[in-house]
Design a protein around this ligand. Structure first.
Ligand code: IPD
Ligand code: CA
Ligand code: CA
Ligand code: CA
Length: 275
């Protein structure tokens, strides 16, 4: 594994993009009936496509020599304190949606270096969108499928820096578990409305792209958030735990991400009720 030079990160991004594109084509059309199994409980599902996507991407990334920390089959030991580079992969984020409606699911891949997301590749295959980012250099969106070379609409378009909108001027995305929480209730009241897509990676991309001003959710895993966190950081979002503590993508836990103003407002509502 080479040093963190910018050329090197571009190569790793290109490799991640090729891997995700190929896996997305498979997931969009696996060519056989879905086989669905439950893991820890009846709503914790996995299919042969989740496993097949992880296998395909892992095969593609093998040449990079960087270990993979993925939801279904690959683990980096002691990832919570891991230093160095690792690919963090959620082969299908939103498996329940994938099984039920085949919409609102994502493939999320990030290169994490000493705990910091450094390269992100996040596909929304049904929308045909591919989000990418490199730490310190920005975030982009482009068509998932490669268009004819040289056409403008196939080129990556930089995501704009977020306008620092307050809660009253945007949507709040929250998971249903949270709606029982009085603090979130107040924040929903203060916002334009609540949404929940059921795929953490897409919910973070929505904040990064300016479609929502805040996303809050408890109990997320590194693979749910690693790519989305970089997209959000590169567009100027504030990102912490739901109690305001610093966010570390290597550790499971809650997430509160949004425009700096909306993030502070939600934190205020959560704290006021928590006191
Ligand atoms: C899930 C989705 C969902 C979130 C769950 C995650 P999966 O990921 O991101 O939105 O509420 O906490 O586990 O299992 O479909 O990859
Ligand atoms: Ca899962
Ligand atoms: Ca997930
Ligand atoms: Ca998953």
């Amino acid at each position: 594994v080479g040093p963190t030079s910018s050329a090197c990160l571009e190569e790793l991004l290109a490799c991640g993009v090729a891997a995700v594109r190929q896996a997305a084509a498979f997931a969009l059309d696996p060519g056989e009936e879905l086989r669905v199994e439950a893991k820890a409980h009846r709503n914790d599902l996995v299919t042969q496509v989740d496993r097949g996507v992880e296998e395909r991407i892992a095969g593609h990334l093998e040449a990079t020599g960087v270990p993979i920390h993925g939801e279904e089959a690959h683990r980096v030991e002691d990832f919570e304190t891991y230093l160095g580079r690792a690919w963090v992969l959620d082969p299908i984020d939103g498996t329940l949606n994938y099984v039920a409606t085949h919409r609102d699911w994502a493939i999320s891949l990030a290169l994490v270096d000493d705990g910091a997301p450094t390269v992100a590749v996040l596909a929304d295959p049904v929308a045909g969108r591919l989000y990418t980012a490199i730490r310190g250099r920005g975030a982009w969106v482009q068509p998932l499928l490669e268009g004819s070379a040289g056409t403008d609409d196939a080129a990556p378009r930089a995501l704009e820096r977020l306008e620092d909108l307050p809660l009253s001027e945007g949507m709040l995305i929250a998971h249903y578990q949270l709606t029982q929480d009085a603090g979130i209730g107040q924040a929903i009241e203060a916002s334009r409305g609540m949404r929940c897509y059921g795929a953490a990676a897409l919910e973070m991309a929505e904040v990064a792209a300016g479609g929502a001003v805040v996303y809050a959710q408890p109990r997320l895993q590194p693979w749910d958030v690693a790519a989305g966190a970089l997209l959000c950081a590169e567009t100027g979002a504030a990102l912490t735990r739901m109690d305001g503590a610093p966010f570390d993508v290597r550790r499971a836990g809650s997430l509160l991400v949004g425009t700096p103003t909306a993030h502070a407002e939600v934190l205020g509502h959560l704290r006021a009720v928590g006191d």
